[in-house]
Design a protein around this ligand. Structure first.
Ligand code: SAM
Length: 292
């Protein structure tokens, strides 16, 4: 069995199984052992941990995880990779491979079945075409997840950790920071993958809060307001919300809530931090209900 995590061993396995890369699945396999060690170290994996890996590919990172964790659950969509994983992971009896789409699987049910509902750590070199739906799906499932340590496109990592006043600040920044504390732990060049991606990458660790850092009356309303604010980010917040018919908020109601909180009525959503969005939404929902 060749050692994975380097170009030679990876190419040998790919040739042995006549594997064809599927662009539609975002397949860029890691071939750098330093980066693999760095990911597992940054994720803080110990012998007591259960790890959920999304997209194990040919099992390169899975091998590192299996050596550090108590057990690994690996969810891979590409059926062609399953016989390869059976081969590369045959030395490990603590890995379960599941041939499923991570966006369709019941994550709470999976963790209940495989880890008695106890918190897992998610570790992955994510398929870039669905980074945001995967991360939001993990948070919104409210599954017991202690942390998420993932390789993503460099710009996406940047978007997750910035605050107001930067061009990268947006709905993803606010959503991630509502659920977790983000920290970029490594920058990774295209040469660390086969095939080379067309963009730079970064590893980001998201530590899940036990309780969100802000208090909101209605979480769904907060996210609907944030989405509407950034759908038309160059417009004023009051206009963006008034234009988002599905919200059921008028421009006048939004302006009244802004004035009540001492904000300029012409302020844009991109100027508000998470805590300000939370206060605004609480005030706005009371305004709509006619309580104020
Ligand atoms: N972990 C491997 C590595 O680091 O070498 C492969 C990472 S590759 C960037 C992404 C992997 O995710 C691929 O194996 C791909 O087939 C898989 N994948 C893509 N979409 C998926 C989905 N919806 N559910 C589960 N796995 C998926």
């Amino acid at each position: 069995m060749p050692t994975l995590g380097n170009p030679k061993g990876t190419i040998e396995i790919l040739k042995k199984y006549h594997f064809n890369f599927q662009k539609r699945y975002g397949q860029n396999f890691l071939i750098d052992s330093n980066i693999l060690e760095k990911i597992v170290e940054s994720a803080g994996i110990s012998g007591a941990d259960c790890v959920l890996e999304i997209g194990p590919g040919i099992g390169t990172m899975t091998q590192y995880l299996a050596q550090s964790a108590q057990k690994v659950i690996a969810v891979e969509i590409d059926r062609a990779l399953i016989p390869i994983l059976e081969d590369t992971l045959s030395p490990y009896d603590n890995v379960t491979v599941i041939n499923e789409d991570i966006l369709k699987i019941d994550i709470c049910g999976l963790i209940r079945e495989k880890n008695q509902g106890k918190p897992v750590k998610v570790v992955a070199n994510l398929p870039y075409y669905i980074t945001t739906p995967i991360i939001m799906g993990l948070f919104e499932s409210h599954a017991p997840i202690a942390s998420i340590t993932v390789m993503v496109q460099k710009e996406v990592a940047q978007r997750m950790q910035v605050g107001p006043g930067t061009k990268d600040y947006g709905a993803l920044s606010l959503a991630v920071q509502y659920y977790a504390r983000p920290q970029v732990v490594a920058s990774v060049s295209p040469g660390c993958f086969i095939p080379r991606p067309g963009v730079g990458s970064a590893v980001i660790r998201l530590d899940r809060y036990e309780k969100p850092p802000v208090e909101v009356d209605d979480e769904r309303f907060l996210f609907a307001v944030i989405r509407a604010a950034f759908n038309q980010r160059r417009k004023t917040l009051a206009n963006s919300l008034g234009n988002a018919k599905e919200l059921g908020v008028s421009r006048q109601q939004a302006t009244a809530a802004l004035e009540k909180l001492g904000f300029e009525p012409s302020i844009r959503g991109e100027a508000l931090a998470l805590e300000q969005f939370a206060r605004f939404c609480n005030c706005l929902s009371r305004e709509i209900a006619g309580f104020s």
